[in-house]
Design a protein around this ligand. Structure first.
Ligand code: URA
Length: 299
């Protein structure tokens, strides 16, 4: 069982709870969800917002009618609680091939204008690497080089990340690399919460499509957004977290990833003394993945 909620699920849950409170329901029971197909979701959603179910809370109705409506309302809310309507099924859920699923997510992202970051971007930086990678790195957001080339981690921080990957005995092409936000924040500022909230569902879907064994969060922005925790990087490092995006909960072919947190390569460029600590984090990941470091890095 994941020890944290991913932001996408947390938002959907908050919305659902608010809706239920508006309907007068305050007691909730936990039950394992299953993913609805599109038709089922539409029918439950239509029922939930139909004038009859809304009227059921009105005091102008005859008592018998109110009782009947109230029973109907309970049935609808029970259905909602029992089924997984936290997540609208996405097109890629029907696709088992990771590369095809990533393509569908990229198409859905389109020429994105969902948040203000689109105004200053040159290229959307979707992600790069092996769609079947066991290991995935998640950074904060594109910088100037990434914005120009449309690929994550190609600047100075990217060179260091490449070296870190090499030290692990892997090649850049063996892993998958993405960011919390896909457009460059102006002046390389930290992405704002609304920008992360808008963009991170696409990252969650990428992770769910790739089904990595390990996700490494590079820096505080990635760690906090993936884990929906507000602790400092120092507190978050040094252990694994169970991680499975909300949209993948019903995917029995993947039990989820382990998530590790380490320093962002740009931070390591500013403070190289922390490289040893970052290497410890990567060694924890290598041990879990059964990767032997190349001779030179091990010496
Ligand atoms: N920093 C990031 O967080 N991501 C990039 O892609 C490049 C630099």
């Amino acid at each position: 069982m994941p020890s944290t909620l991913d932001p996408e699920l947390r938002r959907a849950l908050a919305e659902r709870v608010r809706y239920c409170h508006e309907m007068g329901f305050y007691d909730f029971y936990r039950r394992e969800p299953r993913v609805l197909d599109v038709a089922e979701v539409e029918s439950v959603a239509a029922e939930a917002v139909s004038p009859s179910s809304l009227l059921a809370s009105s005091s102008i109705l005859q008592p018998e009618l109110r009782e009947e409506m109230s029973a109907r309302k309970s049935a609808v809310v029970r259905t909602i609680a029992e089924e997984n309507v936290f997540e609208t099924p996405k097109l890629e859920y029907a696709v088992s091939d990771s590369a095809a699923a990533l393509k569908l997510i990229r198409e859905d992202l389109g020429d994105c204008t969902r948040c203000k970051l689109h105004k200053g971007r040159t290229k959307i930086v979707f992600g790069v690497g092996d769609p079947h990678a066991e290991l995935m790195f998640v950074g904060e957001g594109p910088g100037a080089d990434e914005d120009a080339q449309g690929e994550p981690f190609v600047g100075r921080a990217g060179q260091l990340l490449n070296n870190m990957i090499k030290a692990m005995g892997l090649r850049r092409e063996d892993v998958y690399i993405a960011n919390v936000v896909k457009c460059r924040p102006p002046g390389n500022r930290t992405p704002e919460p609304d920008e992360c909230d808008t963009c991170s569902p696409f990252l969650m879907r990428q992770i769910a499509a790739i089904k990595p064994k390990v996700v490494v969060a590079l820096g505080a922005t990635a760690a906090k957004n993936l884990l929906a925790m507000n602790s400092s990087l120092g507190e978050l490092r040094g252990r694994f977290y169970d991680f499975k995006p909300a949209g993948a909960r019903a995917d029995s072919s993947w039990s989820g990833a382990r998530l590790a947190v380490t320093y962002h390569p740009a931070y390591l460029l500013r403070d190289p003394r922390q490289k040893g600590e970052a290497w410890k984090d990567l060694q924890m990941v290598m041990k879990y993945l059964g990767i032997e470091p190349p001779k030179k890095a091990a010496e």
